[in-house]
Design a protein around this ligand. Sequence first.
Ligand code: NAG
Ligand code: NAG
Ligand code: NAG
Ligand code: NAG
Ligand code: ZN
Ligand code: ZN
Length: 315
Amino acid sequence: MAYKVISLFSFNLLLLFLLPLYSHATSRNPHDKKLSSVEYLKRLQGSREGDKVKGIHNLKAYLEKFGYLSYNHSKNQTHTNDDDSDELLVSAIKTYQLNHHLNATGIMDANTVSTMMKPRCLVADITNGTNWMSSRKKKHHHRHGSFHTHFPFSDGNRKWTTSDLTYGFLPSTPAEAMNPIANAFKTWASNSHFTFSQAQDYTNANIKVSFERGDHGDGSPFDGPNSPGVDNTVAHAFRPTDGRLHFDADNQWSVGAVPGAMDYETVALHEIGHLLGLGHSSVQGSVMWPAIDTGATAHSLQKDDIDRIKALYNS
Ligand SMILES: *[C@@H]1O[C@H](CO)[C@@H](O)[C@H](O)[C@H]1NC(C)=O
Ligand SMILES: *[C@@H]1O[C@H](CO)[C@@H](O)[C@H](O)[C@H]1NC(C)=O
Ligand SMILES: *[C@@H]1O[C@H](CO)[C@@H](O)[C@H](O)[C@H]1NC(C)=O
Ligand SMILES: *[C@@H]1O[C@H](CO)[C@@H](O)[C@H](O)[C@H]1NC(C)=O
Ligand SMILES: [Zn+2]
Ligand SMILES: [Zn+2]
C-alpha cells in the first residue's frame, strides 16, 4: 500500500516536471506561432460586401501587402483601418480570386480562406499596377502560323546585363542551408543562360543570401513570433540588379520534406526566379506560383518558369 502511494506520488511528480517542458517546447515552435497569425481569416469565412466582421482590417492589410488593395493612407480614406467590407475590398478579393483560380465572387468562401492561410512568398503579386499573375499566357497568331507567348514585363522589365553571377552567404547563414541553396542555383543554371558561382566574399557578391527575422530594415518585415502580422510569409527576394535574398529565420526549415517545415531548396528555387527578374505566375504547380507548401519539395523548374526566363532575356 505504502509502495503504491509512493509510486503514484513519484509518477505525479514526474508529470509535474514533464508537462511544463512539453508545453514550453510546443509554444516555442515558431511554426505554430506563424500559423496562428493567420487565424483571423477563419473568422472571415462567409463574409461579403457590407459585412462588418472583426479581422477585416487584417484582411485589408494582407491584400495591401500583396498589391491587391491600395488605400491612400495620407488621405485618411474612410475604410482604411476599419472592419467594414467596402467596395474597394470586395474588388481586391475578386482580383485575388481570379489570380488564384478561385470563384471570383468577392465573398470569402472556404477555398479563398484556405488559400490565403497557406505559407507564401513575401513578394507582392501586383507591383506598380502590373498584375504579374493576370496575363495568363496570351497566344498571338503570327503570320507564319506560329504562336508567341506574352508575359507581363511592363513594370520596369529589369534584367541583369551579365550572365555570370556570383552569390554569397551572410556569415550567420545556417550551414545546412548552403548546399540546398547551391543546388537551386544549379537548377536555374541548367535551364537558362546564367552561370552562378559562390563568392568567398559576401560583400562583393551579386546575390547576397541571408536569414532575417521580423522587421529587418528593408521595408518588408517578416511575420516573426514577436510580430504576429497578417500573413504567413517565408522568404522574399528583390528584382535585378538588387540581389538580396532573405529567408525568414523564424520559420521552421528543413533539408528535404519534413512535415510542418519548409524545404530550403524549394524556397530558394522560387526566390532565385525573383532575383533574375520574374514575378509570380498564375500557373498552379509552377515554381513561380506564390504559395509554397510545407512538408513538400519542388526541385525542378516547370515549362512555364523556363518559358518566362527565356522570354524575359530573349534567350
Ligand atoms: C494621396 O492623397 C494625398 C492628399 O490628397 C495626395 O497628395 C497624394 O498624391 C495621394 N497619393 C496617391 C498615391 O494617390
Ligand atoms: C481619420 O478619420 C477618422 C474618422 O473620420 C478620424 O477620427 C481620425 O482622427 C482621422 N485621422 C487623421 C490622421 O486625420
Ligand atoms: C466554385 O463554385 C462552384 C459552384 O458553387 C463549386 O462547385 C466549386 O467547387 C467552386 N470552386 C472553387 C475553386 O471554389
Ligand atoms: C514602382 O515604381 C517606382 C517609380 O518608378 C519605383 O521607384 C519603385 O521601386 C517601384 N516599385 C516596385 C515594387 O517595383
Ligand atoms: Zn515569390
Ligand atoms: Zn528582406
